[in-house]
Write a protein that binds this ligand. Structure first.
Ligand SMILES: Cc1ncc(COP(=O)(O)O)c(C=O)c1O
Length: 357
């Protein structure tokens, strides 16, 4: 009953096997390995983007921060959702790698940037002149930190607003596969065809050991990215182990199968929670995360019974007095079993504080 994070799950067997196989003999280092060429070709094929450049790093923070650094000068700002990982969970890495660019957090329901808030922020920058940061780039997270998804139309509208001011668009796709499975569109439709210039294409959360691809849909900024990655200490010498993961991840659409499983578990959990009096979903469940409120006593009993998940936000006190509802985040992964979901819902029922409808 571990719903703490998709980071808490292991790596998929096919990915592990590919890493073990890559251990054989010698291979060119620093990305010159044959598996990298094959992974790049596959990503170009999947995205219908023959000109795209692909670079691998080991963390999502590096992917986002290095990608944004290529898009946003130090005197400019990245527009993002207030809850975006780049804004609240990367310890200032985008600011650090960009040499001081600012982030402008924007409002929006369910983790999605409100188009009006973006338009207002972009228009407001006009009045500031030399004394304030300039408009820099737009960052969209898909799937969002609230477990929701931007569809191609939503991406296109926000990207068009940014591009109206000549700004590039980055997408944090740490959970891109989960978003794509929900949408059922092509990868191209929700990225470059909708105006995305640079994508952080996640692998780690969805069954890889530790790898993310940065996809630059146009080659212009590719060399700059490579220099920044090396200078930032994120160019792996034994790069073949990153490449092998990505090759296995995209082979036979494994990435989509893994994400489909995670999303299906989240949907089942959402159905289970929605049927419990005293429980309520906080956001629409579109990817692999479920946010719900439950009475404090229910959380206490479930955690005592071995359920693992985070109160979200974490500032809520599990041990406080009273029965007021506390919100929590439950994340499903490729390895979450249907029985785990059933056990979690049964645990909530068993606490007696909520009963099955
Ligand atoms: C939306 C999002 N982006 C990026 C990341 C990548 O973070 P990390 O640097 O921990 O791999 C995460 C991880 O939690 C995330 O949730």
């Amino acid at each position: 009953m571990n719903f703490a994070s998709d980071n808490a799950s292991g790596a998929a067997p096919d990915v592990m096997a590919a890493v073990v196989a890559a251990n054989d003999g010698h291979a060119p280092s620093y990305g010159a390995d044959a598996a990298m060429a094959r992974a790049t070709a596959r990503i170009r094929e999947i995205f219908e983007a023959p000109r795209a450049r692909v670079h691998l790093v080991a963390t999502g923070t590096a992917a986002n921060a290095l990608g944004l650094a290529c898009l946003c000068p130090p005197w400019a700002t990245v527009y993002c959702h207030a809850t975006a990982h780049v804004n609240v969970d990367e310890c200032g890495a985008p600011e650090f790698y960009s040499g001081g660019a600012k982030l402008t957090p924007l409002a929006g329901d369910h983790g999605r940037i409100d188009p009006g808030a973006l338009a207002e922020a972009l228009a407001g920058a006009e009045e500031t002149g030399v004394h304030n940061v300039q408009r820099g780039a737009l960052s969209l997270t898909n799937a969002t930190e609230a477990g929701t998804v931007y569809d191609p139309d939503a991406v296109r509208a926000l990207a068009a607003a940014a591009k109206g001011y000549g700004l590039p668009v980055q997408m944090d796709g740490a959970r891109f596969a989960n978003a794509l499975v929900h949408l059922g569109c092509t990868p191209a439709e929700v990225t470059w065809k909708a105006g995305v210039d640079v994508l952080s294409l996640g692998g780690t959360k969805n069954g890889c050991l530790g790898v993310e691809a940065v996809v630059l849909f146009e080659p212009e900024r590719s060399w700059e990215f490579e220099l920044r990655r090396k200078r930032g200490g994120h160019l792996f010498s034994k790069h073949r182990f990153l490449s092998a993961q990505m090759e296995a991840y995209f082979a036979d659409d494994l990435w989509l199968a893994l994400a489909a499983r995670a999303n299906a578990r989240a949907a089942a959990l959402a159905r289970g929670l929605a049927a419990l009096p005293g429980a309520a979903l906080v956001h629409p469940v579109e990817a692999n995360a479920v946010f719900a409120v439950l009475p404090r006593a229910v959380h206490r009993a479930a955690m005592a019974a071995g359920a693992r998940y985070y109160l979200w936000p974490a500032s809520q006190a599990l041990d406080g007095p009273g029965e007021e509802p506390l919100s929590a985040r439950f994340v499903c992964s490729w390895s979450t079993e249907a029985a785990e979901v059933e056990a979690l819902v049964a645990t909530f029922v068993k606490t007696g504080a909520v009963s099955a409808g």
